[in-house]
Design a protein around this ligand. Structure first.
Ligand code: ATP
Ligand code: MG
Length: 590
């Protein structure tokens, strides 16, 4: 992901959210300011009470009136605090949730190359820890910043009105505090970024370890992974402690400076009281105001800290949001619309590949591939491991992007297809099929709309030869399978993947090495049913076993990214190439 500005500018990206919740924020800040005003009144009541006591007239009605005023102020403060929290924190929670949803939606739109470059653990960290830091910034951070500034201003005005001489002493430490805030803000930002990165690494390690738990266990590598986790954990601890250290140093410094201010006010104000220029009540009020000034100072530090962290986290989120999917619709919406009859000529091949070259990085994986597949063909693809078979079939639905003018589906360049419509033509059972931790039924039907699937279900269970397996499961088709299909055998997983690919009865069905873990009898059963169900429809089967090609009309042999043989199985047998040799070898081994 490219470099980003890591400052307050980041918050501009949230402007649409702020404008959406502006009334909530405004209501929240109004409540907050009412609370502030009520708080500012309290020292005035104390002042009157002290002066009343000092004058020796402790009249009951006056005391009751003062007490009632104080209770009223307290009530306003409590209600106001509840309301501003509801409005402001409510909005920040809503923005947090919408931002997280936007991030997730965007992640789903990104192509394979993004996931090749970015680790899942890091993306999880961005969707959790970083989003939480942003929420803190736009909740507490903004409250502390705005409220702190308003309070500081109001306090200074009141203090100057009350006694300009004493107030002057109270503002003496303010320039130092401002400098401190700026310096600490920068340090916190840098250290927090390192802490978040360390958290991402930690999250990656956890994610990878558990994704590969079978490998970890079977190779007895637990201790190695525990050591790796401990190192990452240690790294994160150190990075977090380095944040705590600056934060921990900052707060006591502010408290010290504010204590120092109180001392100055006591000295300056006390002298004025002795000289009779200030009443004792006024000094007490001034003293309380100085104490109250601690909050804006702390608030400023808190804001800098939290907003700085939020900006760092938002930059990490924006990095993802600014990444563009490398594969996207290139056609205008209007040209993408009429889907069904793209064929002008019914004899035109359903798939046409012309001089296709493809590489993931520098090395060419597919070299000048040219292939025409007529509608309704059963095509078998054979080739040594790494020869580019999976790559070739991933290009057809544009899971990988071919150059323009090289791959045509139903007579139209894949680049001109609307991506969703193009992908709906295909049903693919990939080589590395993935199962979700959900019921078997949901794992099959993810690909099609919900509704009454009973007929379809019976048919598909028969097609994938799943009947016997389902009888063994406690809840049949509703059995929930473990994460990534952990509770299924290799062959069961493969057949489930076939069912998932075939359930929507796609125009082109692709099975990439989907029968390798299935016994010969089941394989033939599946192929037989597929043959009867898919007459007239195109089916592509990739396999290392020629028995999987029993229905094939055509066979293509790939070698180092080139189509080296293409024709009917009998023809290929007679030319004595790779296919013929494979048939011969596999017949011998029977
Ligand atoms: P197999 O029979 O083992 O499934 P295959 O013919 O399907 O092999 P491909 O998966 O198409 O082979 O891989 C062809 C080449 O492309 C291999 O050398 C592989 O290392 C490389 N390759 C595959 N996927 C990627 C990727 N995402 N990034 C970089 N290189 C890749
Ligand atoms: Mg493959």
């Amino acid at each position: 992901m490219h470099k980003q500005k890591k400052s307050l500018v980041q918050f501009q990206s949230l402007s649409s959210y702020f404008s959406k919740y502006k009334f909530s924020y405004i209501a929240g800040f109004v409540c907050l300011f009412i609370v502030d005003a009520a708080q500012l009144f309290i020292p005035q009541f104390t002042k009157r009470a002290v002066d009343l006591i000092a004058s020796g007239e402790f009249a009951k009605p006056a005391v009751i009136k003062l007490s009632l005023c104080m209770v009223a102020a307290m009530l306003v403060i409590s209600t106001g605090r509840f309301l501003w929290r509801l409005f402001i924190h409510g909005s920040s929670r809503r923005i947090e949730s919408e931002l997280r949803q936007k991030l997730f939606d965007h992640l789903l739109s990104l192509s394979w190359d993004f996931y090749q470059k970015n680790k899942i653990g890091d993306l999880i960290a961005r969707s959790t820890n970083d989003i939480a830091a942003v929420r803190m910034a736009i909740g507490w951070g903004f409250v502390a910043g705005i409220d702190g500034s308003v309070m500081a201003l109001a306090l200074l005005v009141i203090m100057f009105v009350q006694s300009a001489h004493v107030a002057l002493f109270a503002v003496l430490p303010l320039p130092f505090i401002t400098i401190l805030i700026i310096i600490f803000g920068n340090i916190v930002g840098k250290r927090f970024k390192r802490a978040q990165e360390a958290y991402s690494t930690l999250s990656d390690t956890v994610q990878e370890t558990f994704a590969g738990i079978r490998v970890v266990k079977s190779f007895v590598k637990e201790s190695w992974f525990i050591k790796r986790f401990a190192e990452n954990n240690d790294d994160y601890r150190q990075a977090s402690i380095s944040v705590v250290k600056v934060h921990g140093l900052f707060m006591p410094m502010i408290t010290f400076l504010s204590g120092f201010t109180s001392l100055l006010v006591l000295l300056a104000g006390g002298r004025l009281v002795v000289l009779g220029e200030l009443s004792p009540g006024e000094l007490v009020a001034l003293f309380t105001y100085v104490q109250m000034l601690v909050w804006p100072m702390l608030g400023a530090g808190f804001t800098v800290n939290i907003v700085q962290r939020g900006a760092v986290s938002l930059a990490r989120i924006n990095e993802v949001l600014d990444s563009k999917p490398s594969i996207q619709n290139e056609c205008s919406q209007s040209s993408a619309l009429p889907r069904a009859n793209v064929f002008t000529d019914q004899n035109e091949p359903i798939i046409k590949i012309q001089n296709l070259n493809f590489s993931y990085d520098e090395k060419n994986i597919l070299n000048d591939v040219t292939l025409e597949i007529a509608n309704g063909t059963w095509l078998g693809i054979l080739g040594r491991t790494g020869s580019g078979k999976s790559t070739l079939i991933k290009i057809l639905p544009r899971l990988l992007d071919p150059p323009r003018g090289t791959v045509f589906v139903k007579g139209k360049d894949v680049k001109d297809w609307d991506l969703v419509s193009l992908r709906k033509i295909f049903g693919v059972s990939p080589q590395d099929s993935f199962m979700f931790s959900d019921s078997i039924k949901n794992n099959i039907f993810y690909g099609v709309k919900k509704g009454d699937h009973q007929d379809q279900l019976t048919k598909i269970i028969d097609l994938a030869s799943l009947q016997k397996d389902l009888e063994l499961f406690s809840c049949g088709i509703d059995t929930v399978i473990g994460e990534r299909g952990l509770t299924l055998s290799g062959g069961q997983k493969q057949r489930l993947a076939i069912a998932r690919a075939a359930v929507s009865d796609p125009e082109i069905l692709i099975l990439d090495d989907s029968l390798s873990a299935v016994d010969a009898e089941t394989e033939q059963h599946i192929l037989k049913i597929l043959a009867s169900e898919r007459t007239g429809k195109t089916t592509i089967i990739i396999s290392h076993r020629v028995s999987a090609f029993s229905n094939a009309d055509k066979i293509a042999v790939l070698n180092e990214g080139k189509v080296v043989e293409y024709g009917q199985p009998d023809e290929l047998c007679s030319i004595g190439g790779f296919y013929a040799k494979t048939v011969h070898l596999q017949q011998l081994s029977l």
